[in-house]
Design a binder for this molecule. Structure first.
Ligand code: SAH
Ligand code: SF4
Length: 353
């Protein structure tokens, strides 16, 4: 069985040619796939019946996700879904909408996708990390999360504007499938999302960051740093040891040099763990002068005993970075009450069952 959402447009073209059909038949599949969201080949009536039958006989299908749970935040801006994928895995996908009336700029509908079920990196504050690793998702399963929300949005006259790889799993530990999904989602004959509207978040896997830099794509990179020195980082990210904080800064620098895309360092703030003024000063020293951007994320309490710092200490941490000339933002709280941090919904539901 091959899901047609798995194929790059060039591969779709080769497929129809190999089956003895003209090249343009590929676009008759691609256009509906990304704009009409068919659930089966017979939902594409403009495709000759004979070709539909031949594709089915050759094992080609159209996969889709089934929504099993939906939670919407009180302000309506964040929607979190538990989706059952065509491989029967349950996965979390989140839609975050930003209302220009509240924060300025353009309206945004950002989809946050998962790339793995569970995660092997074991970060102590992360619900997904505490599940352990279960399996890698295929490109078509990553795409199907986006398509599911694209269909929901289309019914409201809206569309997907941004995509972040910040759901369950470590994207760089599933590189080939992750990048295949990115190429299809950004292809102008695929989903057609602008490369600059995609951000991949990683715990800092060297090989993945280096490969991504070589792809010649304009993808945004976020690296989850969380600590100002190696000893502290090892406590929070137990599998971090091969890549030091200094290596991470250097990897960010080379990514910027190669792609021209500024790197964001994510820093999950935990009360009494990594939020002191001394640590902020050490972090400022580490990052000074390389033009990087820090995104502070006051933690959503999930795994373990980690607590969100007071607003006062978050602002003090930010001020120290800011005074050192480091570009810094505090992540706007989205969906705290619906457990929007990665892995939380699935964990909540599984522990209730
Ligand atoms: N594995 C990748 C991408 C998925 S995690 C990574 O770690 O970067 C995406 C983001 O969610 C990371 O920045 C991570 O630190 C953050 N995160 C994980 N658990 C969290 C929690 N309990 N509260 C707030 N943010 C959390
Ligand atoms: Fe994996 Fe990212 Fe969670 Fe760490 S924070 S366990 S890398 S998903």
């Amino acid at each position: 069985m091959t899901d047609l959402y798995r194929l790059l447009p060039e591969e779709m073209e080769q497929l129809v040619i190999d089956m003895g059909y003209p090249r343009y038949r590929a676009d008759q599949i691609l256009l509906p796939l990304y704009y009409k969201f068919p659930k089966q080949l017979d939902d594409i009536p403009q495709l000759p019946k004979k070709l539909r039958e031949e594709l089915t006989a050759a094992g080609y299908t159209i996969g889709s996700a089934k929504e099993t749970h939906r939670i919407v935040s009180d302000d309506g801006d964040t929607t979190k879904l538990l989706l059952e994928l065509s491989n029967d895995n349950a996965v979390e996908t989140v839609l975050m909408q930003y209302d220009p009336a509240k924060i300025g700029g353009h309206p945004r509908s950002t989809i946050c996708v998962s790339t793995q079920i569970g995660c092997a990196m074991g970060c102590v504050f992360c619900a997904t990390g505490q599940m352990g690793f279960e399996t890698n998702l295929k490109a078509e399963h990553i795409i199907s999360q986006v398509i599911h929300f694209a269909e929901i949005l289309e019914k409201r006259g809206e569309h997907v504007t941004n995509l972040v790889f910040m759901g369950m799993g470590e994207p760089m530990a599933n590189y080939d499938e992750m990048i295949r999904a990115v190429k299809i989602l950004t292809h102008d004959r695929g989903f057609g999302l602008g490369q600059r509207h995609i951000t991949i978040s990683t715990i800092g896997i060297r090989s993945g960051i280096e490969r991504l830099a070589e792809e010649n794509l304009q993808i945004g990179l976020a690296i989850s740093l969380h600590a100002s020195n190696n000893e502290l980082r090892k406590k929070l990210v137990p599998t971090a040891s091969p890549t030091s904080v200094e290596d991470i800064i250097e990897l960010g620098r080379s990514y910027f040099k190669k792609t021209g895309r500024r790197v964001t360092f994510e820093y999950a703030l935990m009360a009494g763990i990594n939020d002191s003024p001394e640590i902020a000063t050490e972090l400022a020293r580490l990052l000074k002068g390389n033009g990087s951007h820090v995104n502070l994320i006051p933690i959503n309490p999930t795994a373990g005993d980690f607590k969100r710092p007071s607003e006062k200490s978050v602002l003090e941490f930010e001020r120290i970075l800011f005074d050192a000339g480091i570009n810094c933002t505090i992540r706007i709280e989205k969906g705290t009450e619906i457990s929007a941090a990665c892995g939380q919904l699935r964990t909540d539901l599984i522990s209730k069952n």
